[in-house]
Ligand binder design. Structure first.
Ligand code: HGY
Ligand code: MN
Ligand code: MN
Length: 413
């Protein structure tokens, strides 16, 4: 088999077009779950899928799924896909390369006259990013059946809206529990994604073959104190939750650096403060803390030390402390047969490849819970992502699509 030709110009134009459906000006992309912008992007994508001849359906959590019927419709399909939602002020390639690149891989196979035995499904997963409900990979978690109704019922956005209210407002109906897939519903899953790190570019290698995905966890810590007048309350009488939070932030950095392995990372990316007035002592502080590691036990050990540090910091300041583990997921391991299909596709396309671990999480973490799965990475310029200057070249993207098409062709028979 030879690699199928890919229409890189059309794909590049589509990526640039989708990038402008955003709540922040190009090249910044902001596209948060079920906002008007997200709905416009979803509608635009659905049109692209239908233009390609895919049968499109939307499940109860809002996953958008395009199906290319195979010669054996009863056989479990092969799936590919990723996400098009974007955290605030991010880039135009994160997730999008896997959705539009997946669409292009299917169009390229169609144009080459390939007739897959297994149907091929392209999935745009709902809310891979945690922005709206502080819970990432919402769509793929539901498909994998790893989140229960009680946890979904507890989700609230910044305005206090529930997931069901947000779904209803977005016109997404149905029973979420019924969206859950059974193991075997898919024969395989392959996700194309930008690396979001510097390794491929540094190695001068165009393709990454992802063997594992690091284990993500999010800890929420809420600290509360009496607050009061910034001028009138003497220092000896203060109980300031923001001072306690400063100790927590230092602890996250210290414990992640001190884990004994460079694979441990810790970040406080979200801090909210009330009443947030220059002349008022903070009353409530909320920190969402992201801790990850390729080794789950080491991640959990760091998580426990951060939790203890937060309790100590609260006690030292005389403020109250509440915590919640928003998610603590295991790592994902790729399936050898899927890795082999990817590597054969690389050889066929004449593209050098290197095996690597993903430090970012992806919907593939949860798809790997219910079917054989793996990922294909392409380089990120300077390793930059989650920034407007995130960039992968049309050539790098087309190379990734060629490999994805070759892998899908093998997996779909
Ligand atoms: O945070 C992540 O790893 C992904 O980009 N949502
Ligand atoms: Mn992301
Ligand atoms: Mn992503």
């Amino acid at each position: 088999m030879s690699a199928v030709p890919v229409d890189g110009a059309r794909l590049d134009a589509e990526i640039e077009e989708l990038a402008r459906i955003s709540d922040t000006p190009y090249p910044s992309v902001t596209r948060v779950l079920f906002t008007d912008t997200d709905l416009r992007a979803r509608a635009w994508l659905t049109d692209r899928m239908r233009d390609a001849g895919l049968e499109v359906r939307v499940d109860a959590i809002g996953n958008v799924i395009g199906r290319w019927e195979g010669t054996d419709p009863a056989a479990a399909p092969v799936a590919t896909g990723s996400h098009i939602d974007a955290i605030p002020d991010a880039g135009r390639f994160d997730g999008v390369v896997g959705v539009l690149g997946g669409l292009e891989a299917i169009r390229a196979l169609m144009a080459a006259g390939v007739r897959p035995v297994r149907s091929v499904e392209l999935i745009m997963f709902t809310a891979e990013e945690p922005t709206r409900f502080a819970f990432g990979c919402l769509g793929s978690r539901v498909l994998a059946g790893v989140v229960d109704d009680a946890r979904l019922g507890r989700l609230r956005d910044a305005d206090g809206l529930t997931l069901d209210e947000a779904r209803a407002a977005a016109g997404v109906g149905g029973d979420v529990a019924a969206a859950r897939l059974a193991p075997g519903d898919y024969a395989a899953f392959v996700e194309l994604h930008i690396e979001q790190g510097p390794l491929l570019e540094a190695a001068g290698v165009p393709i990454g073959v992802v063997t594992a995905i690091a284990a993500p966890a999010t800890l929420r810590v809420e600290l509360s104190g009496a607050g009061g007048h910034a001028g009138a309350v003497l220092m000896r009488d203060r109980h300031d939750p923001l001072v306690a939070a400063a100790d927590v932030i230092r602890a996250v950095d210290r414990e992640a650096r001190g884990s004994g392995a460079e694979d441990t990372v810790g970040t406080v990316g979200l801090l909210t403060l009330e009443p947030a007035a220059v002349n008022s002592i903070p009353r409530h502080v909320r920190l969402d803390i992201d801790i990850r590691d390729t080794d789950e036990a080491r991640r959990d050990a760091v998580l426990e030390r951060v939790r203890a540090a937060a309790r100590d910091a609260a006690a030292a300041q005389g403020v109250t402390h509440r915590e919640e583990i928003l998610n603590a997921d295991g790592p994902a391991t790729s399936e050898p047969a899927v890795l082999a299909a990817i590597e054969e596709a690389c050889a066929e396309a004449g593209l050098p490849a290197m095996r690597m671990v993903s430090r970012a999480y992806h919907d593939c973490v949860f798809m790997a819970r219910i079917c054989p799965a793996a990922m294909v990475f392409i380089p990120s310029r300077d390793g930059i992502s989650h920034r407007p200057d995130e960039y992968s070249s049309p050539q790098e993207i087309a190379d990734g699509v060629r490999v994805l098409a070759g892998a899908l062709r093998r997996l779909a028979g």
